[in-house]
Design a protein around this ligand. Structure first.
Ligand code: S3P
Length: 426
């Protein structure tokens, strides 16, 4: 689908509620399906990725129904053998977390994905799971993953990358091991920790020490959870308000877990006028409203421990940096090449078309601003929802309209993205 972005408004103003967090939606379904009893998930994400996870658990024999805005899960606490392949769609989180869970079951299963997911690296999870005794066949470490379920052994795994998907995969494998054996994962920096927080909240034996998380066999209690808004979705509005003159907006009910708020730290360090209002807690997670005003910005360096805290926001941070005075250098972000697209090459190629002064490096990019983006061109989304949304925001400040090819990929995470922008346009 082609989308033409016109500058048919003057500024952004008003309040919107940000839709549900994707990472939390996946985890709420997975952990509730393992908890004996009735769980209720309110405000479940309407993105396609979390729905891939939900559908898979139906195929694993879990009773899942929907009542208005609620997902109701009645689980025996046990999964049953699927009679068909389990389709993860575009979702890396679904495939990597479920590989860990399914490797230790007493049945076989096959995880498949779409074209983009089938190209993404699975060695990062197959390797540790194999060390735990798992039997997983793949085509050179790519999906489909054919899992011959069997009892696993514990591991103390030191991961080279800070990845919540790798960490959660191993923790889910460890959670099922009998005999109270402890499995642990250590990562170089702390990646998003929703798995740890939610499992603890549901009664799991889980311990966190610095960058190491340990787990052993646990009975999970069912939950009632109201999923808060996704800071990764809020990021597009945060950046748009910072770069569109005279904007002032409030984003309601956004998750503020410190392992996800790198975008706020970066935007503030660039001079962004951002305030947190009404901070509160939901199921052990920080939540609040974010107020953002148009600001004069300066470039900055982004590297090291902050990278996992803003990994999904780098495409939209690149757009922000085109409007900041001076150089913004992003490094230590080589894993961006393994996302839904090679996000380093894709972002640099497409923002160059719009007139940005941006160059690729092996592990990131260098942006020199402030540049008036020109537009009057077609840009590509590489089957990547975050590229589509970042280019939309860039298109709001170009001198001439732009055409985005493949805009439908937005639905992977954020079906009402454009509608919410329209509510703020004045
Ligand atoms: C996610 C972890 C991150 C992130 C992805 C969601 C999760 O991936 O990019 O969008 O929910 O665990 P990595 O663990 O590969 O960094």
């Amino acid at each position: 689908m082609q989308k033409v972005i016109n500058k048919d408004f003057k500024t952004l103003n008003g309040e919107i509620t940000i839709p549900a967090d994707k990472s939390m939606s996946h985890r709420a379904i997975i952990f509730s399906s393992l908890a004996k009893g009735k769980s209720i998930i309110k405000n479940f994400s309407d993105g396609q990725d979390p729905h891939s996870t939900l559908n898979i658990f139906k195929h694993l024999g879990v009773d899942i129904s929907q009542d208005e805005n609620k997902i109701i899960i009645n689980s025996s606490g046990k999964l049953s053998a699927p009679i068909q392949d389990l389709d993860c769609g575009n979702s890396g989180t679904t495939m990597r977390l479920l590989a860990g869970l399914l490797a230790g079951q007493n049945f076989n299963s096959t995880l498949v994905g779409d074209k983009s997911l089938s190209k993404r690296p699975m060695k990062r999870i197959i390797e540790p799971l194999t060390l735990m005794g798992a039997n997983i066949d793949s085509d050179e470490y790519k999906a489909p993953l054919i899992i011959n379920g069997k009892p696993l052994q514990p591991i103390n795994y030191v991961s080279k990358i800070a990845s919540a998907q790798v960490k959660s995969c191993i923790l889910l494998a460890g959670l099922g091991i009998e005999n109270n054996d402890i499995t642990s994962v250590t990562e170089p920096y702390v990646s998003r920790n929703h798995t740890e927080i939610l499992l603890k909240y549901m009664g799991a034996n889980i311990e966190i020490k610095n960058t190491t998380v340990s787990i052993s066999k646990s009975e999970l209690k069912p939950i009632e959870i109201d999923i808060f808004g996704d800071i990764s979705s809020a990021a597009y509005f945060i950046v748009a308000a910072l770069i569109i003159p005279n904007s002032k907006i409030i984003l309601k009910n956004v998750g503020l877990n410190p392992t996800r708020t790198g975008i706020l730290d970066v935007a503030k360090s660039m001079g962004g006028n951002i305030k947190i209002l009404d901070k509160r807690e939901i199921c052990g997670e920080s939540v609040g409203d974010i107020q953002i005003e148009y600001s004069e910005l300066n470039g900055c360096n982004i590297s090291g421990e902050i990278i996992p805290r803003l990994i999904d926001e780098i495409p939209i941070i690149a757009v922000l940096a085109t409007q900041a005075k001076g150089i913004t250098k992003i490094s230590d972000a080589q894993d961006l090449r393994n996302k839904e697209s090679d996000r380093i090459t894709a972002v640099v190629t497409e923002l160059k078309k719009l007139g940005a002064n941006i160059d690729e490096t092996p592990d990131g990019m260098i942006i020199n601003g402030k540049t008036q983006l020109t537009g009057e061109c077609e840009v590509e989304t590489y089957h990547d929802h975050r590229l589509a949304m970042s280019l939309y925001v860039a298109g709001l400040i170009t001198q001439k309209p732009i055409i985005i090819n493949g805009f439908e990929w937005v639905d992977i995470s954020f079906p009402n993205f454009e509608q919410l922008f329209n509510e703020l346009k004045q």
